[in-house]
Structures are given as C-alpha cells and as structure tokens.
Write a new protein. Structure first.
Length: 692
C-alpha cells in the first residue's frame, strides 16, 4: 500500500491549496472531496504504486497538474484527469460525474498503450501518430507537463538507465512537441535537463563557464542597456528590458556546429526590449525602437530577422537584430511587445488571452495557425480537436512487426504497405496479418494497425492490382513488374519458333520438349524470394559486402555511399539496409552509426573494401582560422601541390575575426586525405581542420 513520507505529504498539501485558489483551475467546491475519496480508495486497494524511479505517483500527478495549469493554461477537466491517471484500474472512476474528463483519461491511456507498442518513438512519424491518436489535444499538453515534471524530479535517482531513457525521450519526442506547440520555456527546460543527464560533463563545463563569467556578463549587459533605456524614454516609449543568457543546450549546439570552444561562442546572451504598446501601435513602435537602437549601434544586416511583418508559422512575432556593442562585441537584440512576449513564452496558453494571430504554414504549423484564427470565436477546446482531426484525416500511420512506423495516405491498402517494404515483397504479396488477423491485399489500413506481410513464390503482379494500390510508389512498381512479365512472355514466344526451327533442321527433340524449354521449365531465371527469406538474408552476420566502384550491385541489391559521412577507400565501413531494400555504406565512426546500431541493428551488414579501383572521392573539409586572405591563399596553394588531390569547390565565410571554410576536394583514398589534413593543420593561422 502506497505510503506518504512527511515531506511528500507537506508538498502535496501545498500544491492542493495552490490549485484550489488558482484562477485558471476553476475547480468546483466538491471536486477536492470526490478526488480525495477516489484516490484513497484506490490506494487502499493497491491500485496506485510508486513508479520505477520510486516517485510517489499522487505527488507527481499533483505537480504535473500544477504545471499544466500555471505554465500551459489548462483548466479543471485536465487537472482531474491528471490526478486520476495514476490509478491502474477503472473501478474507481465514475465517468458520468466528471463531464469532459473521460475523453482526456481515455486519450491518456490510449496513448500510453501506443507508447509501449513501438521502439521507434524518436521518429517524426511517431510524433504525428501521437497527435492523431490523442483524440483530445489536452492529452498531449498533459504529457509534456508530466515529462517536464519528471525531468525535474529524477536528478538523484538510483535508476540511471531509466533516467537515461527518460532524458532521451525528452530530447527527441517531448521537446520537439513543446516547440511545435509554442511552449518555448518548457522546450528549453527539457533540452537543458536532457543535456544534463545525457552529456553530464558538457553540461557542467558550460554551466561552470557561465557562472565564472556571470559578473562580467552582467556588467556588460548593464553598460549596453543604460544608454538604450535613455533614448527609448526620450522617444516616449513604455517598455522594460531584460538580459537573457542563452540556454546551456543552445550554447552546446553552437559549440558543436561551429566546432569551437565555449569562448568561441560570441552571442552568449540576448537583450530583450518589451514594449507596452496598444494593439494598433505594436508594429510602428517596434520599428521605432529598432531605428533608435541601430542609430546607436552598428547593425549586422545579414542577421536581421523580421518575424514582425511575417510571423513564424507557430505564431512567434519579434524583431531580432545583431549590433556591434561596446568593446566591439556583437549583441543580439530582440524587440517585441508584451503580447508577443507572452505568446513567445507560453505558447498556446497565451492564445486564450490574445486572439487574432494569423499566419500561414503547412502541416502541423498550418493546424496551429488555424487554431489561433478559430479561437477568435471563443475558448472552446473542441475547436482545437476539430483542427487536429482535419490535419490527420488524410494520413494513416501503420506499424511493422518490429515497431517501425510507416506513413501512408488515407485509403492505403495492404498492397501499398508491401511495396513500401520492398518491390520483391510487393510482387509476391498474397495477403497479410493485420493486428493478428488474416487480411487480403485489398484491406484498407488504419492508424495504429500492425501489419505483417505474407508472400508466395508463385505469386506475381496482376493488372487489377493497379486498382488496389493507391500510392504512386506501389503503382509504379506494379507497372514495372507487369512490363517485365510482358517482355519475358514475348521473348519466350520468340524463342519457341526459333527452337522449333533449330530442332526440326537438326532432327533433335520432340515438339513437346521444345515447348517445355520454351515455357521456362528449364529456365535459369531467378525465382522471387519470400519476405521471410529476404529478411533472413538481411539479418545474416556472415555476409561481407565487397566494395570496389562507387555504385555496384550486391546480390541484386543496389548500394551507395552515405552522404552523412562520405566514406572513401580505406575507411572502416559497414552496410545499412534501407527501407527501400538498397544498401547505404557508412563509416564506422559516422555520427549516425551509434543510433543506427541501437535502433536498427538487424539491418546492419558487414562491409569491406575489395580493391582500390581508379576512382576518386569527393570530400568536404571544414577549416577554421584567422580571418586573413593570406591564410586562404596558402590553403589553396597547399591543396594544388598535393599529389592525387583536386580542389573542387571552396566556400569561405568570415565572422568576428575568424573565417570558416567548406573546402571540397577529390582524393584517391583516406591515406592521401590524412596527409592533406596534416599539411593544412600546419598552415599558420589555421585553427582546426576536420572532415565533414
């Protein structure tokens, strides 16, 4: 039976009081007593247990509910659903007494089952499937609030593996969802906490650096702000100014992208000017403030971001400029109004208070834009759900037996699914098991279906299949197969008269034997393989892929060199079977290698170079150095003198005293490449050289 510690009890009571008096919560007088009775009964029956982190689920639910109310703007139904969700059994839930709570609870439980069903939750398709499955958009908002709360609570957990998994999910699932819904503060917190748990050393390295430079940074911000404040006041503008240091995650991403240390990230902070403007004067006063600041400090026109004239598709409005401040340091300045800042900070929660924000976009962004427009008519949450349904009514998301998610247009059939796996699977498809039940190739698929294709070596495409498949990919493969069958049939017809003529002239064989040979009984044509044997081949560990030319054929499967890591002769490589059946060759130290092995280990095949061949490989080098034309000239001179090396392209960009170059060269192998990199690193003024 769940027992509360004294600290847990105190925290729970404090949150209950806060919820009771929170204006957004709008709880009814008898809600607290009903919830207390249901939860106590569930505890006594053993239907509520501590989670894998040892956290008290009732306290966790209370904390999540408060985030949902205070930081997102959800109300009574969402609070009650969040507090009832930890109960394992539905025996304690009198749905009829709670109004709209049941749809939220049903959605939470449905999504939880979906969540357990697939290992591929880091994909964009899973995010879309999650949104389409939720039924009530408050389900997604509650899930984001719960993950933020969980990440705040698990710092000292003993279950390191579970914390690692929670942090990974926060990074690739919940943070992107929060971003798409405009919940920027929560998105930033999820990213920072994920980095803290996943990249401990990097997180604390940046955190300590920020702490060490805080005093100097605060002084600089104050020196920058003081004259700006005076000029804005002289213009009669009402405003307040904030200095905001970039998030640790954002700084880490810049360090990785620019391949520089902490000290190389020059825009560590931004100045935010927030104007108190009447709605009809918002744009005018923002541009007025822009004019004042750019008169004081030299702007960088390349870094002007005007989301005032055309807001971002998720509703974000602001002017971003970068100016050269005191001590010749670049400073980012953001100009916006109180309304714009509220929406930027709190996303959907702010749209209940500020109506009429319109923008254009596609997919999820278009859906969010439509929500904002529709909310002009009222605050009905059903409006959101209607647009969610409209967004996904033309798409279905279907699982493979291994949990991979495939996206199809609405109306897609089992046959479309088969061809999506591989053309050979499609050509020999005789049906499927859909959710464990037999299904024909004609069966239409629905979101959430799990499909396992059945094949037969005797099966081949028929012309009526063009009326069954709806995807252009499947239909093109069917047409190609039909054309191939027709060609073989015509060849067979031609071979039979030739064979008959030859036989009659030489006196060999009977007409029956000629017909048997002509009909292919003794033909060496390949027999289509079944899905089972195809997958077995892909899972084999003894196969080695011999690489020679850049493109070749391995047992009928085409392979290419991956563009993410650009392998060249001499690199340690492996093969990865793509969803189309072709093989991509990656370097073993490819940035994506770890993720591919972790998620799709069954699609990895061994690979090795068989011979060097005579071709060259294009490689892009990232070079960073002092901004000096002499350095660039020396680099090009070194490349031109290097044997077996050709300069294909060079792109140089300078910024803040440094140049960053992308140099594309052609080399014979990794030995020549290593020699070139070593010589470039020896050029005076060059700080770093790395392979892209």
């Amino acid at each position: 039976m769940l027992a509360f510690t004294d600290i847990e009890k105190q925290k729970a009571l404090e949150i209950i009081e806060d919820l009771k008096h929170h204006p957004v919560a709008a709880l009814l007088p008898n809600d607290e007593e009903k919830l207390r009775r249901i939860l106590f009964d569930a505890i006594e029956q053993g239907s509520i247990q501590r989670d894998i982190f040892g956290l008290n689920p009732i306290l966790r639910a209370l904390q999540t509910a408060y985030i949902a109310v205070d930081e997102i703007g959800l109300g009574r139904d969402a609070i009650i659903a969040t507090l009832l969700y930890p109960i394992d059994s539905s025996d304690f839930l009198p749905w009829e007494d709670w109004g709209g709570v049941d749809s939220i609870l049903h959605g939470l439980h449905r999504v939880q089952q979906l969540y357990k069903k697939t290992p591929a939750i880091e994909t964009e398709n899973f995010r879309s499937l999650l949104l389409s499955f939720a039924e009530d958009m408050r389900v997604i908002l509650i899930m984001i609030a719960d993950r933020v709360n969980l990440m705040r609570q698990i710092r000292d957990t003993a279950n390191i593996a579970a914390r690692q998994r929670a942090a990974e999910e926060a990074s690739y699932l919940y943070a992107p969802l929060a971003h798409k819904l405009g919940l920027y503060q929560l998105k930033s917190e999820l990213e920072d906490l994920s980095l803290k748990y996943l990249e401990h050393d990097a997180y604390y390295h940046i955190k300590n650096k920020l702490s060490a430079t805080k005093e100097a940074r605060d002084k600089y911000i104050q020196d920058f702000i003081t004259p700006v404040k005076e000029h804005l006041e002289q213009a009669g503008l009402k405003f307040h100014i904030k200095g905001r240091t970039k998030s640790i995650h954002s700084i880490w991403q810049k360090m990785k992208k620019q391949k520089c240390p902490f000290e190389g990230v020059y825009d560590l902070f931004a100045i935010r000017i927030i104007l108190d403007s009447a709605p009809e004067r918002e744009k005018m006063e923002c541009w007025q403030a822009y004019s004042i600041i750019t008169d004081m400090y030299q702007p960088n026109p390349k870094r002007l971001r005007d989301w005032l004239s055309v807001p971002k598709s998720n509703g974000y409005e602001s002017l971003h400029i970068t100016v050269l401040g005191p001590e010749n340091k670049w400073v980012e300045v953001q100009i916006r109004t109180e309304r714009m800042d509220e929406i930027a900070e709190h996303g959907l929660a702010a749209h209940w208070r500020y109506k009429g924000i319109k923008s254009a976009g596609g997919g999820i962004d278009q859906w969010l834009s439509a929500i904002r427009t529709a909310l002009e008519a009222g605050d009905d949450m059903q409006v959101m759900d209607q647009f969610r349904m409209n967004l996904y009514e033309d798409e279905v998301f279907v699982f493979t037996p291994k949990g991979e998610i495939k996206k199809f247009a609405a109306g897609a059939t089992v046959l479309d699914f088969a061809y999506n796996i591989h053309s050979r699977i499609g050509n020999t498809c005789v049906g499927a098991m859909v959710n464990g039940k037999n299904a024909s190739i004609r069966q239409v698929l629905h979101s959430g279906d799990t499909v396992e294709i059945m094949t037969s070596n005797s099966q081949h495409p028929r012309r009526e299949w063009l009326n069954i498949a709806i995807s252009s990919h499947a239909r093109s493969k069917i047409r190609k197969a039909l054309s191939e069958l027709q060609r073989k049939e015509e060849e067979a017809k031609g071979e039979r008269p030739e064979a008959a003529t030859a036989s009659s002239s030489s006196g060999e064989g009977s007409s029956a034997s000629v017909l048997r040979r002509g009909s292919g009984e003794h033909s060496s044509e390949p027999v289509p393989v079944s899905a089972a044997s195809f997958i077995l081949h892909r899972q084999g560990t003894a196969d080695s892929l011999s690489l020679g030319e850049e493109r070749a054929v391995f047992r009928g499967i085409e392979y290419t060199l991956a563009k993410c890591c650009h392998p060249i002769y001499g690199d340690d490589v492996f093969g990865f079977v793509t969803v189309s059946g072709g093989i991509k060759i990656h370097r073993k130290d490819c940035p994506n290698a770890g993720e591919l092995r972790r998620r799709f280990g069954y699609r990895i095949v061994q690979a090795q170079w068989s011979d060097k061949g005579s071709g060259q490989y294009d490689i892009t080098l990232r070079v960073v150095g002092n901004d000096d034309i002499a350095v660039v000239n020396t680099i090009t001179s070194v490349i031109s003198k290097e044997a077996h090396t050709l300069l294909r392209a060079i792109n140089i960009d300078s910024d803040d005293g440094l140049f960053r170059g992308a140099i594309t060269v052609s080399v014979d192998d990794n030995t020549h490449l290593a020699s070139l990199i070593k010589k470039l690193k020896g050029v005076k003024g060059v700080r770093s050289v790395s392979r892209s």
